[in-house]
Design a protein around this ligand. Structure first.
Ligand SMILES: Nc1ncnc2c1ncn2[C@@H]1O[C@H](COP(=O)(O)OP(=O)(O)OP(=O)(O)O)[C@@H](O)[C@H]1O
Ligand SMILES: [Mg+2]
Length: 389
C-alpha cells in the first residue's frame, strides 16, 4: 500500500496509475503521522504537488528518523535545484515531476525495492512491475514475429496479462500474424508522449481472441520515422505497470528503438539459425550487448529450424557464439501454415514439437516455472480465431 499526502481530493485519482489500487490519501502532516502509526510496516509515501514544501520537509525529516526504511517521494509541478537540494536534505528519496506519471511509478518501484532490502526482504518480491521480453535477431526472416506472437499468445492463455509491442515500425506484421484488424497503432502513441498513462495505452491496444493484447506497427512504413525512441521508452515504462509480460517484436536491425527496448528489457530472446550470416550477426549483437553492459543471464539463445541439414552443427553455433543454446525449435511446414491462418501454433496444436519447444522457452526461461509443473500446463484451446478490438 502507498500513502498519498495531498490536499487535493482529486489527486488520488490523478496518480492512481502510479500508486496502484490500494493507495490512501491523507490531507495533512498530522493525518500522515497517524496513518503511519496505524500501519508501521508502510513502505512508501508520496507527497503531492499541493503540499507546501517547507511543512513537507519538516514532517518528513521527523518521519525518516523514526522509520529509516520508509521511502518518501516528493512530487512537484516545477523542479529546480533549490527544491531538489531542500528535499534531499530533508530525506526525500526522489523528487519527480507531477506531469511524468511513469517517472512517479518508477520512483515508487525503486523506493520500494530499497525499503524491502533495508527490511531484509528480497528485491524480487518487492517489485510488482511486469517483465519486458525483447525478441531479436539482426537477420531478417529467422522467426522473430513467429516467436513473439506465439510467446505472447501462450503467456496470455495461461493467465498472464500480456502485451505484444510491434517495434518493426516499417514492416511490422504482428497484426497479420494474429489476423487482427488494428484501428490504432504506434503512431497514435506519439500524440500522448509526455503524458501517456494506462487509459492512453488502452486506447491504442488491439485485443486478440486469445486475450493477448497488441500495440501494432503503423499501417504505412513512412510513419516509422515520426516515432521518437523516447515515445517507445515511455510506452514500455507504462506498459510494465499494467501488464505481467510485455513481449516486443523487432525489425532485423539495431535501430534506436531496438536499443531502447534492450535497455528496458528483463529478458532477451535472441534467435540463431544454422547459417553463417545469421551467426555472424548474432555474434555482433552479443558484442554490442556486452558493450551496453546488458547482463548475460538475461539472454536466451534460441536456435530456430535446429534440425536443418545444412552443414553447420549445433556445436559449431555454441563455439561461435560462446554461449549455450537455451531452446532448439525444429523446422515444420505447420509453422507458416499457422501464420497464414492467423492462429498461433502454440495454442492451435499444443503438442506439436514447435509448440513444445516454445512452451519450454516461455516456462523455463521467461516465466521461470518449475519444470514438473510446466509439463502439464498445456494452454487452453481458443476458438473461434480472429482477434477484434
Ligand atoms: N520453425 C520454423 N519452421 C518452419 N518455418 C518457420 C519456422 N519459424 C519461422 N518460420 C517461417 O519463416 C518465415 C519468417 O518467420 P518470421 O516472419 O517469424 O521471421 P521474422 O524474423 O519476424 O522476419 P522479419 O525479419 O522479416 O520480420 C515465416 O514464413 C515463418 O512461418
Ligand atoms: Mg517479423
Amino acid at each position: 500500500m502507498t500513502i498519498l499526502w495531498d490536499r487535493d481530493p482529486a489527486s488520488a485519482e490523478r496518480f492512481s496509475f502510479a500508486l496502484g489500487p490500494n493507495a490512501t490519501r491523507v490531507d495533512s502532516g498530522a493525518a500522515l503521522s497517524r496513518a503511519l502509526s496505524a500501519s508501521p510496516d508502510e513502505d512508501a509515501v508520496i507527497v503531492g504537488p499541493d503540499v507546501d514544501l517547507d511543512s513537507a520537509c519538516g514532517v518528513v525529516a521527523g518521519l525518516r528518523v523514526e522509520n529509516t526504511a520508509l521511502g518518501v517521494i516528493l512530487v512537484r509541478r516545477r523542479l529546480d535545484v533549490n527544491i531538489l537540494a531542500q528535499a534531499l536534505r530533508a530525506g526525500f528519496r526522489e523528487v519527480v515531476s507531477a506531469d511524468d506519471l511513469p517517472a512517479v511509478a518508477d520512483a515508487l518501484r525503486r523506493s520500494r525495492e530499497l525499503s524491502f532490502r533495508l527490511r531484509g526482504v528480497s528485491a524480487d518480491s518487492a517489485s510488482r512491475a511486469g517483465k519486458i521480453v525483447t525478441v531479436f535477431s539482426a537477420k531478417g526472416g529467422v522467426g522473430k514475429t513467429t516467436f513473439s506472437t506465439n510467446l505472447g499468445a501462450y503467456l496470455a492463455s495461461v493467465g498472464h496479462r500480456t502485451l505484444v509491442v510491434d517495434l518493426d515500425l516499417e514492416f511490422g506484421d504482428v497484426g497479420i500474424a494474429l489476423q487482427m484488424l488494428p484501428e490504432r497503432s504506434m503512431t497514435d502513441v506519439v500524440n500522448m508522449t509526455g503524458h501517456l498513462d494506462e487509459q492512453g495505452l488502452a486506447s491504442v491496444v488491439t485485443i486478440h481472441s486469445s486475450g493477448l493484447e497488441a500495440v501494432c506497427a503503423p499501417a504505412e512504413p513512412g510513419e516509422a520515422e515520426r516515432i521518437p525512441p523516447a515515445t517507445v521508452a515511455e510506452l514500455l515504462r507504462v506498459a510494465r505497470y499494467v501488464y505481467d509480460f510485455v513481449v516486443i517484436d523487432t525489425p532485423p536491425a539495431l535501430t534506436e528503438h531496438v536499443l531502447t527496448a534492450f535497455d528496458l528489457s528483463d529478458s532477451l530472446v535472441l534467435i540463431a539459425t544454422l547459417d553463417i550470416p545469421a551467426l555472424k550477426n548474432l555474434r555482433l549483437t552479443l558484442d554490442t550487448l556486452d558493450l551496453l553492459g546488458s547482463p548475460r543471464e538475461a539472454r536466451h539463445i534460441v536456435l530456430n529450424r535446429s534440425d536443418a541439414k545444412v552443414g553447420l552443427r549445433v556445436e559449431d553455433v555454441v563455439t561461435s557464439i560462446k554461449q549455450e543454446i537455451a531452446v532448439m525449435v525444429p523446422s515444420s511446414p505447420d509453422v507458416p501454415a499457422s501464420i497464414n491462418r492467423g492462429v498461433p501454433i502454440i495454442l492451435d496444436d499444443p503438442r506439436h514439437p514447435v509448440s513444445v519447444a516454445l512452451r519450454h522457452l516461455a516456462d523455463q526461461h521467461i516465466r521461470g516455472v518449475d519444470p514438473a509443473a510446466s509439463q502439464s500446463a498445456a494452454p487452453r484451446r481458443l476458438l473461434p480465431w480472429g482477434g477484434r478490438k
